[in-house]
Design a binder for this molecule. Structure first.
Ligand code: F3S
Length: 393
């Protein structure tokens, strides 16, 4: 078994000569490197940190953050938190939640972390390039940047991505190397898939593949947003860090010598959607998991423009930058009666403070929202047109 070799400078950090925070950070990376059989730490171009909402971080997490608080050494973006800082919502929160959440935000800000508060930082804040070694947490973003951009990150946790952000390095193993990026299952899908059906494919494949990287064949027309839906659902239901799509993604030559083969048809996709949809009208329609792009906001704005709103609340989630760059679309949606939130999301905000049932087109939210401690929601999973039927007169 390989042992991680530290440079002289890294050893001094390890021994605590640069202070407690850096010592904790490099020791964490060193342990992960040993587990992954890395022989060295390699420099990274950026980091992205999850574990921001007080709902997930809790008191123990705040104590860890206080201990490890140190300026980051590479551009570092941050996942959504429990509420929209500038506009409030999506649901009322108590004073304790607000105070603790803002303490977490202040600790990160002091460390020099960007106030991006999004799981799609690759649209504006933190845009990795092909071949960049990075250290990212947030499963939906990890799988997206590995697969669609060709940047290289393992599935980091919030603490390990933060440790890398402080040290500026990550252990060289797994997805940082060609071998760790190879597909070991060929998945044939004949039926052309749209956003929702790609999300359903992710929900279906995740538990079946568990850790195996798939190469999907038969989907040469897949768009980035469809694969964003697939990314989030597949990574929520498995520990898969990457996928390839024949004719679409950039590293499809990385396939192991004798991959397994499987095929997925219309029946499996229909069954996955059917199993998760509900006929009863939900109290809330929530769209934007992962956070919406400008293109998606424009699409929804066109669908609701000039229409009369009825029925459940309609909440959309995106980042501050996307929202600021999509003013016209946001205005159309708000004129219709919907609300567009930034900084937060349907899963990390305490939705159950107000709602008991939610309709969404997100495979990831469909997986998380029913769970106790995440949302306690009854979920209706369906395409955007079906969701909007509940709110357009
Ligand atoms: Fe993003 Fe929240 Fe979904 S962090 S992927 S919108 S659960």
């Amino acid at each position: 078994m390989k042992q991680l070799q530290l440079t002289r400078e890294e050893e001094r950090i390890f021994d605590g000569e640069m202070g407690e925070a850096q010592k904790i950070a490099i020791r964490l990376l060193s342990s992960l490197g040993d587990l992954g059989e890395a022989d060295r730490l390699i420099p990274i171009k950026s980091a992205h940190i999850s574990g921001v909402s007080y709902k997930n971080v809790g008191e123990g997490g705040i104590q860890f953050l206080r201990k490890i608080s140190h300026r980051v050494s590479v551009p570092t973006s941050l996942n959504p938190l429990g509420f929209d800082i500038e506009n409030g919502g999506p649901v009322d929160i108590d004073e304790n939640f607000h105070t603790k959440q803002m303490e977490i935000v202040e600790i990160y800000k002091k460390m020099g972390v960007m106030d991006s508060f999004t799981c799609t930082p690759y649209y504006y804040y933190n845009e990795p390039k092909f071949g960049d070694h990075i250290s990212w947490a947030e499963s939906s973003a990890i799988i997206y940047v590995n697969s669609l951009i060709g940047a290289r990150t393992n599935r980091e946790s919030g603490p390990s991505a933060l440790a890398s952000a402080i040290i500026g390095k990550t252990p060289d193993h797994g997805l940082h190397r060609d071998d760790g990026r190879k597909a070991s299952v060929v998945v044939g899908v004949k039926e052309p898939l749209d956003y929702t059906r790609f999300a359903a494919l992710g929900l279906y494949l995740g538990p079946k593949l568990n850790r195996k990287i798939p190469i999907v064949k038969g989907q040469k027309k897949a768009k980035d947003i469809d694969l964003k839906a697939f990314s989030a659902a597949l990574s929520a239901t498995s520990s898969i860090p990457m996928f390839h799509v024949d004719g679409v993604t950039r590293e499809t030559e990385l396939v192991s010598d004798s991959p397994e083969e499987m095929s997925v048809g219309k029946e499996e996709i229909d069954e996955t959607i059917g199993k998760n949809s509900a006929q009863q009208e939900p109290e809330l329609i929530a769209i934007g998991c992962p956070h919406l792009s400008s293109e998606e906001l424009d699409y929804i704005a066109k669908l609701v423009k000039g229409k009369k709103k009825i029925g459940p609340d309609l909440y959309l989630f995106t980042s501050r930058e996307v929202k600021a760059n999509s003013r016209a679309a946001v205005k159309e949606i708000e004129d219709f009666g919907g609300k567009v939130f930034s900084d937060t999301c349907m899963v990390v905000s305490p939705l159950s403070n107000k709602y008991g049932s939610t309709g969404t087109n997100s495979g990831k939210a469909t997986f998380y929202l029913p769970l106790k401690g995440y949302g306690n929601q009854k979920v209706a999973f369906m395409g955007i047109m079906d969701l909007l039927r509940w709110v357009i007169a």
